[in-house]
Design a protein around this ligand. Structure first.
Ligand code: PEP
Length: 247
């Protein structure tokens, strides 16, 4: 399976910076097209930059960082899946721990958003992961199992869903889970997917949490790591592509 290299730009960058970043990523891929045999790429800019990034895409797909579960209508401040499709998004990140934490998004809401996204033809990147406290209490498998059970909608398949395991304590902290921790959790998630879905062995499972060029190779070497969801390091084309090179 090709690795999926996904950049989550979060709430960063002005228009000029977003343009320069996608141009730099595309330019690096253009110089080394063989990398496309090994990796698929997606970048997820803030909503306001989707249009300008779309205009510069060559070999990279585009995603959003959130969507509404509702269709177009009187929902001030929300963005529908139809709007995301219309502007050229193919993916949408859902259930990121920052949305679970700051917007109190619950698994049920994430499942409703995922259902709406899939119905519109978007591929969801559904984030799951435990907090530091939960890991210290040895509850990581229970937490992730419950998130998988409740935040995945009906009709999940390898064509419409990607799972991202992101231990919350490793996001933006510089702390990375050890290869053994990642191996154990990715095998656990794979087992759950295989038990529930016919193509559960083909649904991609990304690792996310302080992935950088210096640790990417050992993370990608772990079984059932099918790519990475990259926050901070996706804001520098050299780092983003350095991670891809490790794949
Ligand atoms: C993320 O936000 O999904 C993430 C993994 O961030 P970082 O790479 O900065 O830890």
């Amino acid at each position: 399976m090709k690795k999926l290299i996904a950049g989550n730009w979060k709430m960063n960058g002005n228009a000029a910076e977003a343009s320069a970043l996608i141009e730099a990523v595309e330019a690096k891929i253009a110089k080394d097209m063989d990398i496309l045999d090994k990796c698929d790429f997606v970048v997820c800019p803030p909503f306001v930059h989707l249009g300008l990034v779309r205009a510069k895409l060559e070999n990279v797909a585009m995603g959003a960082q959130n969507c509404s579960q509702r269709g177009n209508g009187a929902f001030t401040g929300d963005i529908s899946c139809a709007m995301l499709r219309d502007i050229g998004a193919r993916y949408v990140i859902l259930g990121h721990s920052e949305r679970r934490q700051y917007h109190k998004e619950k698994d049920e809401t994430i499942a409703a958003k995922a259902q709406a996204a899939n119905a519109e033809g978007l591929i969801t990147i559904i984030c799951v992961g435990e907090t530091e406290e939960e890991r210290e209490a040895g509850k990581q498998n229970d937490i992730v199992a419950a998130q998988l059970e409740k935040s995945l909608p009906d009709g999940v398949s390898e064509d419409n869903t990607v799972i991202a395991y992101e231990p919350v304590w490793a996001i933006g902290t510089g702390k990375t889970a050890t290869p053994d921790d990642i191996r154990a959790m990715h095998a656990f998630i794979r087992g759950k997917l295989v038990a529930k879905y016919d193509d559960g062995d083909k649904i991609r499972i990304l690792y996310g949490g302080s992935v950088k060029p210096s640790n990417a190779a050992e993370i990608f070497a772990v079984e059932h790591v099918d790519g990475a969801l990259i926050g901070g390091a996706s804001l520098k084309a050299d780092d983003f592509m350095g991670i891809a090179a490790a794949a």
